[in-house]
Write a protein that binds this ligand. Structure first.
Ligand code: HEC
Ligand code: HEC
Length: 152
């Protein structure tokens, strides 16, 4: 009982920090949704650090095996907005290998209970497919009680 109380308190205190980080800022330019959400969900900028966003935005012609290049104006609009809202706490803004959210140390730690074969299920396909398991990922809601892992 006492433990539950302490746990609830810890969660209450920890949650707002996460929530603030992960949510999609309300000032997202229309171009972000239009250009960065056609092949995967629009990732909230707080999920990755500044150097990674810069790398992504300056290498769109070779974007994870696809060409996602943009005109200069749109590219710079999105870049500026991403950098304005990028992760700032060192824990989340630390440089991620391959410029992947899914390679950050926090991501790996938070998902250590997901078995390797689960990521490959047809209904999931890739760790980058956040919304396969997090129903409200698009809104930046990654709450524990909002997770449903597809069983196929
Ligand atoms: C033409 C399709 C396409 C477009 C358009 C596109 N992406 Fe991607 N993106 C991909 C693919 C494919 C991957 C790799 C997904 C995987 O590994 O499952 C990816 C991965 C990513 C990742 C890393 C995900 C991870 O593994 O953590 C980020 C961040 C990202 N894209 C950001 C962007 C941004 C920002 C834009 C807009 C400027 C954008 N993408 C536009 C196809 C696209
Ligand atoms: C295979 C399903 C699956 C996919 C895909 C997935 N997650 Fe998760 N995620 C989980 C599970 C399971 C947990 C652990 C929940 C717990 O602590 O019990 C979790 C935890 C999290 C947490 C911590 C939540 C908290 O309250 O501590 C965050 C943040 C998160 N995921 C973000 C992401 C992001 C961002 C992506 C996509 C780049 C993603 N996840 C993809 C299943 C998934």
């Amino acid at each position: 009982m006492k433990h539950h109380l302490l746990l609830s308190l810890a969660l209450l205190l920890a949650l707002p920090a996460w929530a603030a980080k992960m949510t999609m800022p309300s000032d997202a330019p229309k171009s972000y949704e239009a250009e960065c959400a056609s092949c995967h969900m629009a990732y909230p900028p707080g999920l990755l650090g500044p150097k990674n966003w810069q790398n992504i935005m300056s290498g769109l012609d070779k974007h994870f095996g696809t060409d996602a290049s943009l005109d200069t104006k749109t590219e710079s609009e999105i870049t500026q907005w991403l950098l304005k809202n990028t992760a700032t706490k060192q824990k989340y803004s630390a440089f991620a290998p391959e410029n992947r959210i899914t390679k950050t140390s926090w991501f790996i730690r938070k998902h250590d209970e997901v078995r390797a074969d689960v990521w490959k299920r047809a209904g999931i396909k890739s760790p980058a497919n956040c919304s396969a398991c997090h129903a409200d990922a698009v809104k930046g809601n990654f709450d524990e009680d909002n997770i449903r892992i597809p069983n196929k």
